[in-house]
Design a protein around this ligand. Structure first.
Ligand code: ATP
Ligand code: FE2
Length: 321
């Protein structure tokens, strides 16, 4: 059987079918005409593209065993649009509904795509920046941003210089042509903060390429420090990088070097599975279905603040559990 997965927590409306392998994937990214993502406009985009995106993957409706959707975290209006479509599909097809935590799905598709079994995960996306690891039936959050996500920090800096959205890839390109400049580094215990760094970068009078370089080096070094400490603390030997910022070659390089120093393995899933995508929801939904984790309609309300460590990971059992 197949599981249909629906993702749309933020900018990307995406649907996929997962069986033994990925069977179909179709996405309709929302590109804001100007500035950052406006929650209501993103939801309108999702609503207007829903029929197209779903019909592209709904080729064999009779083989679908469940409908999985991103229940949270994410933008309220986008989550509502996706949940409504998922409920309707589940009723129409007469199959159960599965509520997937978006962060957990990033981790699970990352493990599937890389073959890693028990990694420390740096999850760096627009809205989220967390260091996670499996312990006693949960993905524990060892450290996370105290203010904004790394991707949003990069996007915010880019916007202040009238660079196009998303800013991450543009900053990466500029940083390659620049020299390092020092900017404020903020790690508090195991947590991170990016807004002071972004403000200082915005106020810097150095050349834009140099500011981009300093911004990346500083922000990434903060992430690597927390990841390294989580790795040592948890006694694991794999590091997995997921989330849209994971596409950054410099971040990959810095994590790779740290892992080599520690004798740990490092991997990044291929691009398709790195940023938001329907495959991660379909895949996690399939694993959850196999372990009998489904949702009644009454339980299917959206969860904008849903955290990874609220999910009981019943589909993983590790030695020592
Ligand atoms: P989440 O809901 O998990 O927070 P998201 O909606 O932010 O996810 P993602 O696709 O995971 O979506 O990440 C998008 C972010 O990734 C954007 O902020 C973008 O600037 C950033 N990004 C994409 N490519 C790069 C890159 N090469 N370097 C740095 N950042 C990048
Ligand atoms: Fe995401």
């Amino acid at each position: 059987g197949l599981v249909l997965g629906l993702e749309g927590t933020a900018w990307n409306l995406s649907a996929a079918l997962f069986g033994e392998d990925l069977v179909a994937l179709h996405s309709a990214p929302y590109v804001p005409p100007k500035g950052g993502i406006h929650p209501r406009e993103a939801a309108q985009h999702h609503a207007s593209m829903m029929k197209e995106v779903i019909s592209r993957v709904l080729t064999e409706p009779e083989r679908i065993r469940a409908v999985a959707f991103s229940q949270g975290p994410g933008l309220g209006p986008s989550l509502r649009t996706v949940a409504t479509a998922a409920r309707a599909l589940s009723i129409a097809l007469g199959v159960p509904l599965i509520g997937v935590n978006h962060c957990v799905a990033h981790v699970e598709i990352g493990r599937w795509a890389t073959g890693f079994s028990d990694p420390i995960v740096l999850y760096a996306s627009g809205a989220n920046t967390q260091v996670l690891g499996y312990l006693n039936g949960r993905y524990r959050i060892f450290g996370e941003t105290l203010d904004i996500g790394l991707g949003n920090a990069l996007d915010k800096f880019a916007r202040s210089h009238d660079l196009p959205h998303p800013g991450g890839p543009v900053i990466e390109r500029l940083a390659r042509q620049g020299e390092y400049i020092e900017l404020p580094y903020t790690v508090k215990g195991m947590d991170l903060a990016f807004s002071g760094l972004v403000s200082a970068a915005q106020e810097s009078t150095a050349a834009l390429e140099d500011v981009c370089n300093g911004l990346q080096e500083t922000a990434f070094a903060m992430c690597v420090e927390v990841t390294e400490r989580a790795l040592a603390h948890a006694g694991k030997d794999e590091v997995l990088l997921v989330g849209g910022v994971g596409a950054n070659a410099r971040l990959q390089e810095m994590l790779g070097v740290m892992c080599e120093d520690r004798g740990a393995s490092f991997a990044v899933p291929e691009r398709t599975f790195l940023g938001d995508n329907g495959a991660m929801i379909a895949y996690t939904g399939k694993v959850m279905l196999e372990h009998g984790v489904t949702l009644s309609l009454e339980e299917s309300r959206i969860r904008p603040g849903y955290r990874a460590d609220e999910v009981a990971i019943t589909w993983r059992t590790e030695p020592g559990d």
